[in-house]
Design a protein around this ligand. Structure first.
Ligand code: MG
Length: 219
């Protein structure tokens, strides 16, 4: 059973397709041995990858190198196709902090062989997402957020979303033009530098500072 997203005001919404953006922060692209790509790198997670605040990340035994990636997640509130960046704000339901949990060894093998990333990125519980802060809270702006991740109380990743190479508005325009976006879809907007290993027993605490936090444990 797929659980619904929860908003901080108590509303719920069915989880749709999760669109994820690769290498959207230049320092992270660099730590992966790349540069910010000319065209966005897009991959998907199925709705069953969702796990809510207070949930668990269950690591598949096929990997010896699971990694954390903390990210701003944008939730789509209205169906849209071919929207311009300047109209993108009208289709945002809200903002959350999420973790794009990645089986880095499986991903590296897929990259080497030119194979898809679905297993490395889309496994069950690979997408913890906090409660959603309603977009209405920010009036007519797409805000920037301070995002951070602590593991067992230790700071591991930290950024401000103004460091993104492609903005939320640009990403919505791009994705709506190719796939179309539907109510309940979400966008993982990319991770900053500082990705690293997680292991069983770890407690992950992610925040959109001042707005919402996410706590999950690793099993
Ligand atoms: Mg990511």
């Amino acid at each position: 059973m797929i659980m619904d997203y929860e908003f901080s005001d108590g509303r719920k919404m069915k989880v749709g397709t999760m669109f994820c953006v690769g290498q959207n922060y230049s320092k992270h692209a660099k730590e992966m041995g790349s540069e910010v790509p000319k065209d966005p790198i897009i991959f998907l997670k199925p709705p069953n990858a969702y796990t809510p605040d207070g949930g668990k990340v269950i690591l598949p035994e096929i990997s010896n190198l699971p990694h954390h990636e903390v990210e701003l997640v944008v939730i789509i509130g209205k169906d849209c196709d071919n929207v311009s960046a300047s109209d993108a704000i009208n289709y945002i339901a809200g903002y959350a902090v999420g973790l794009d949990i990645t089986l880095r060894d499986i991903q590296n093998k897929a990259k080497t062989n030119g194979h898809p990333w679905a297993v490395a990125k889309g496994f069950r519980t690979s997408a913890p997402i906090s409660k959603i802060v309603p977009a209405s809270q920010f009036e007519n702006n797409i805000p920037v957020f301070d995002v951070e991740l602590k593991i067992n109380g230790e700071l591991r990743q930290q950024t401000n979303t103004r460091e993104m190479e492609r903005s939320v508005a640009v990403l919505i325009s791009y994705l709506s033009g190719i796939f179309g976006l539907r109510e309940g879809d979400c966008i993982f907007t990319g991770t900053p530098e500082g990705v690293g290993e997680i292991k069983n027993g770890d407690k992950l605490h992610a925040e959109l500072k001042g707005f919402v936090s996410l706590d999950v444990s690793v099993e």
